[in-house]
Design a protein around this ligand. Sequence first.
Ligand code: DGT
Ligand code: CA
Ligand code: CA
Ligand code: ZN
Length: 585
Amino acid sequence: MNRDQIAEVLTEIAVLLELKGENPFKARAYTNAARTLQSLNRPLDELFAPGAEHIKGIGESIHDRIVEMLAKGKCAYYEELKASMPPGLLEMLNIPGLGPKKIKALYEKLGVETVDQLEKACLAGKVAVLDGFGEKTQSKIVEGIKFRQQYASRHLLSDALAVAEPILENLRSHPDVIRCSTAGSLRRSKEVIGDIDFLVSSKNPAEIIAFFVNQPGIMNVTAKGETKASVFMGGGIQADLRVVSDAEFPFALAYFTGSKEHNIVMRQRAIQRGLRLNEYGLFKSDVETRDPKLLVSCKTEEEIFQKLDLAYVPPEMREDHGEFVAAEKNKMPRLIEWTELKGSLHNHSNWSDGRETLEEIAQHMQELGLAYWAITDHSKSSFQANGLDPARLRKQLPEIKKINDKLAKDGDEFRLLTGSEVDILNGGKLDFDNDLLAELDVVVASVHQGFTQSEEEMTKRIIKAVENPYVHILGHMTGRLLLEREPYKLNQHAVIDACAATGTWIELNSNPYRFDMDWRLWQYAKEKGVKCVINCDAHKNEHAGFLRLGAGMARKGWLEKSDIINTLPLKALLVELKKKRQKLA
Ligand code: DGT
Ligand code: CA
Ligand code: CA
Ligand code: ZN
């Protein structure tokens, strides 16, 4: 266990003792010991070596418990204390305004053991009438519970980015900031974010902390120290900032970028080389240390990887998903850049449930500098999305041609492509006949209803659809909506195999609720030779921006430019769009 972890256990022991109603001096001794521990600079291994002099402010029994934690990685006394108490009580400590004393009273007088029970008791007015509580405290607790629910929740990548990017910009322009970056899951481009992590290097941490906690959009400052702070942003997203010296920056960046799983392997590699890697540095030492005299200096993350005989691993790949094997052999993929994407092949217009007209879409996407944009409105079975029947679709085709003719006449190279997002019906039949599908440039096939089938039925249904020679792309493979709807049951590997066998492409749907197919499966798909299409599934012009998020997910799936169909220029794309039909039809 490291210093922070041990200090945390000591602090929790103090709280548990208070909750138990033990002698307050005993509890305070643990709190003080935790603080003392944090303030000592020498390595713990030295301070608590056998025979070492006892430290002032840490009594005999606490000293022994620290020695135990260093040796065994756990503390029996703490485990016992915790086991003797309903776990919900500790959880209540996270509610603003509730301390051990109040929690103890609620437990003893109302039998409240969980946050849920506490909320019910408040709503029934039972808390207000207790001695030392009152109406005001009761409503504060209810508020605190609501706040905590937001705190505990997780957030879409897009929401976290919207909050983080302006703050990062502000930090970057502060004169005392030397280097700064996001870290954590946000930097790794995870599809769902717990909290936002910022890292800054500076010679003036106090100034940076003060600047940070005064950023616009901050609702509440939950912790503020000399070199770190935690805040709540609008939307209930928590953000942490750490300020380090510039020499520490690359090590802290690598550490706080994670993932935890990735870090563990990095640390192991360091140990195998007689080194120690932690958030403070890489040290020539075979025990945990932060002694600057032992530091192997690295100016960048790249150098840290180098010292561990690894090629640089981009943040998106740091998931312990095979990156160490690739980096050892210097066989890293050259990951896709979103600027290499030339358009999107799954999008809607106001003919179905999209917002803009065909003309507005064409103009906007052309202005963005894209090369093409497929219009794939819904088919008739998606009546809730105003899906097109064959007659309306056949009317849409000449409208698109008209726009393209005008573009050609003006010497513009941008083109709309015709298409459909055709429903995969129960049993795998498509919503349109092949005759009609054959007239379209791009056919995306997706499931939009009948989500509750068995895995076997759903797998058969989708495989049947991808076997259709006119289906280019399998749309949002699992139907999941992140934080809202679970994926339907599906054997995704079997579907990938079927796509490989038929030459069907799989969509990486870049809508931040979807990111479907999941990044974890792309390495397998790539191995099988399946191509990816990074699609916006745009329902508004502003959804073109999803391309960047989708590329982030593709990077997590190790995808390169050559794996992704919509990096092709128009001419090459049109050739590719004919291949499956030529082979199978
Ligand atoms: P999140 O916030 O849940 O979306 O995920 P992360 O990865 O941002 O996690 P967070 O914010 O708790 O911590 C940021 C990074 O710090 C994490 O990715 C790895 C590193 N880290 C935090 N705690 C530990 C730990 O106990 N051990 C190791 N090896 N790394 C840790
Ligand atoms: Ca985080
Ligand atoms: Ca964090
Ligand atoms: Zn769609």
